[in-house]
Design a protein around this ligand. Sequence first.
Ligand SMILES: Cc1ncc(COP(=O)(O)O)c(C=O)c1O
Length: 389
Amino acid sequence: MRVKPADRTESVQEYYFSQKLRQIDQMRRSGIDIISLGIGSPDMPPSENTIAKLALEASVTSSHGYQSYNGIPALRKAFADWYHKYFRVELDPENEILPLMGSKEGIMHISLAFVNPGDEVLVPDPGYPTYSSVTNLVGGKIRYYDLEEKNEWLPELEKLEGSGSINAKVMWINYPHMPTGAKAPAKFFEKLVAFALRHNILLVNDNPYSFILNKEYLSILEVDGARDIAIELNSLSKSHNMAGWRIGMVAGNPDYIRTILKVKSNMDSGMFRAMQVAAVAALENPQSWYDDVNTVYRKRREIVEEIMGILKCSFDKKQTGLFVWGRIPESIHDCESFVDGILNGARVFITPGFIFGKNGSRYIRISLCASETILLNAKTRISDYLSTK
Ligand SMILES: Cc1ncc(COP(=O)(O)O)c(C=O)c1O
């Protein structure tokens, strides 16, 4: 390459899935039929009403111009009503909600808005890899905090406080948690807010999984005092089967939201109006729509639990979210070769837990984003493969 890339590109690697999906694509092109149970991209459609609104609004001549940087008022209001209805949180649509192009971009905006080069950032291990890669890109200093099965995947805050001074600027939390499917009890959210207030750390709860196989919807913003120190990301990707649409939001006190908007308004020019109007329709889906989607996921989870059983992986039946997270048997030395063996031998791709951090190294994650037929096929392939070993 004639031009030397910026140093920050050295701090990140190509996203694991981006590499792996390319490998799977090559395998498919060479005639090998692979079942991918890796990524959490919902395969079911949004509600009919959502799609109808998109089509209708797309045909309106005036829909196609730039939109305001903080979303159309109707979308901010729909997010506020959704938070009131499901999370018991009152948000002012004028200044406490900022629509985003998915929560992933929000992670970058929040980091650019609050993390100076050298600032410490608390990142869960295991956790969504974007928290670390974005921290690296903005020059922050990652301080991982451990999540372990023996603690129900909740951080040991006292241990963290006892392990040296805490100078962090931002702490990423994500409950219901991906990849483990663990939930944080409301009392634990209170402890987290108290911890953040004690150390002046911006606590960011990334909350895209509340609506999947879960009935207790909790927001960090519900905790007394949270508005001073916490903000929350949410997204329509998983909750409304709209991952490709790129619609999310960040909510919290107007000072934080204004600061994030300062960054974001310099980076994009709003979302297509028809999508925003359709997102309003999605947020107005009746409870029965979520129930129907969850009925499908529940049946799929039973099959994935059987696959975990065939692989002799242990798992918690109370997990929420789009995946099943299982601990590999002690007899397996290396999780990556275990997963690669399944990919090459059974033609089924599942995610090795190490990509979420060292505490994930004895685990695998299987996605529920495939039909029952595909999952049953994967189950047969895996048991056939194991029987020939
Ligand atoms: C924990 C977590 N946060 C954020 C995202 C990204 O969501 P979005 O599609 O809203 O950018 C994901 C997607 O996999 C996720 O698992």
